[in-house]
Design a protein. Structure first.
Length: 429
């Protein structure tokens, strides 16, 4: 019997879970430290940039109903090698994001269980959590969908509660001045703005994973584009509101807080308010790890089904879950959690995301000329939006440190070597 398809409501909630996670709770203080109250403008501009890219993804996803997302678009436009490079990057991005969210979850749990500050305890619980998540994925799509839906609804409820309570205690004086005193000229503004944009962009990167498991979704050519747009609009509104309320309650103090929303509600409601947000964060971040863990193995299996990865990675259990890909995904995630730093992992995630964004946008431009891909949703304005998306990507790339850039380039080099080895072995057979 064919597994039941995921409907629009679940696709929307999967998208919400794929975006709203640790970023909106852990990063506002860091962004405020770079750019002050203008962090609200940074969030808005980041959302516009993401929206431009998402519109390109919406058009592309309306033309394909198979699993794969970015790598498939690039494969169809530019061929096997470039599809492979993007595919391995997308897979690694999902694994890196899964690792970053797991690290964020462990950090948040320290607010409830101080024992997790012990490195050994931290590592054991983190690995145990990933193992449980792996087993949950093996049960099948329906079980993961239920967990995802519960997490998404609870997450939105907690955020709305924080905004609804906190908005009545905002100190308007905390919302000025717009820029911090450290911004003294246009060059400083350009640099600090790009740096803040690069940090907050992590809060949006999950949108690109929504089309990955398109084959598991009901009417994906219609529902995925619609979900991409509605999810981004919803997430942006919540991000701006929760950041504005946090700044309005804490003022400059927010720059020194790693858990600003929790501390802000603590100032109003005491310990009860603090724990409401902490538990809300646990639900939110846990939900995002569910989303990443669900999508990541399908990236590898879809590459294997197309012949770009070894066929072994396409093997599925009776529930339709690619168990070999899942084993490797969670194995690498465990290694990263045990050795990676949260801020490095999120910066790496953002940089790698652009390894798929730029080729995908270029793929859209090329695929528009192919007769076989003329159906489906089409972004209005001709090539204006794809070009603006490319320019936005180029600007954001200026915010990354050299070690992040070199790591990303190294990943592409490793991908090229693996591709060459794979082709060579095929020729020998």
């Amino acid at each position: 019997m064919e597994a039941k398809k995921i409907g629009f409501a679940s696709i929307f909630l999967l998208g919400i879970n794929g975006i709203i996670g640790s970023g909106i709770f852990l990063l506002p203080g860091k962004v405020y430290k770079d750019i002050g109250v203008a962090s609200l403008i940074v969030i808005l501009i980041a959302s516009i940039m993401v929206f431009l890219i998402a519109l390109c993804y919406a058009e592309l996803s309306s033309k394909f109903s198979e699993n794969g997302a970015a790598w498939r678009y690039v494969y169809e436009a530019f061929g096997k090698f470039f599809g492979f490079e993007v595919g391995i990057s997308v897979w690694f991005l999902a694994i890196t994001s899964l690792s970053a969210e797991t690290a964020a979850l462990m950090t948040t749990l320290q607010g409830v269980f101080p024992q997790l500050k012990d490195p050994m305890t931290y590592n054991v619980v983190a690995v145990g959590f990933l193992c449980v998540l792996f087993l949950a994925n093996m049960v099948g799509t329906n079980f993961v969908k239920i967990l995802n839906n519960i997490s998404s609804v609870a997450k939105i409820a907690i955020i709305v509660f924080f905004i609804g309570v906190g908005i009545f205690f905002i100190k308007v004086d905390f919302l000025t001045p717009l820029l911090p005193s450290t911004v003294t000229n246009s060059a400083t503004l350009f640099s600090d703005f790009a740096k803040a944009l690069g940090v907050i962009f992590y809060a949006f990167v999950g949108f690109s994973f929504l089309p990955v498991a398109a084959a598991k979704m009901d009417n994906p050519k219609k529902n995925v584009p619609l979900a991409l747009i509605t999810v981004l609009l919803t997430s942006t509104a919540l991000y701006i509101l929760i950041t504005a309320v946090s700044i309005g309650l804490l003022g400059p103090q927010i720059a020194n807080e790693s858990l600003p929303a929790a501390v802000a509600l603590q100032n109003i409601m005491g310990t009860v308010g603090y724990h409401i947000i902490i538990y809300g964060m646990i639900i939110s971040i846990g939900g995002l790890t569910i989303s990443f863990s669900f999508n990541a193995p399908f990236i590898a299996s879809s590459l294997a089904e197309k012949g770009l990865f070894p066929k072994l990675l396409a093997k599925k259990n009776k529930k339709g879950i690619p168990y070999i890909s899942s084993l490797i995904t969670f194995g690498v995630a465990i290694i990263l959690v045990l050795s990676g730093d949260f801020m490095f992992l999120i910066s790496l995630s953002v940089f790698i995301s652009f390894i798929q964004y730029v080729p995908s946008i270029l793929a859209l431009i090329k695929l528009r000329k192919k007769p076989s891909t003329q159906n489906g949703f089409k972004v209005p304005g001709g090539y204006i939006i794809p070009i603006l998306a490319l320019l936005s990507s180029a600007y954001l790339l200026t915010s990354f440190t050299m070690d992040i850039v070199l790591f990303g380039i190294g990943l592409l080099v490793i991908g090229a070597i693996l591709y060459w080895i794979g082709n060579r072995n095929k020729l020998k057979q």
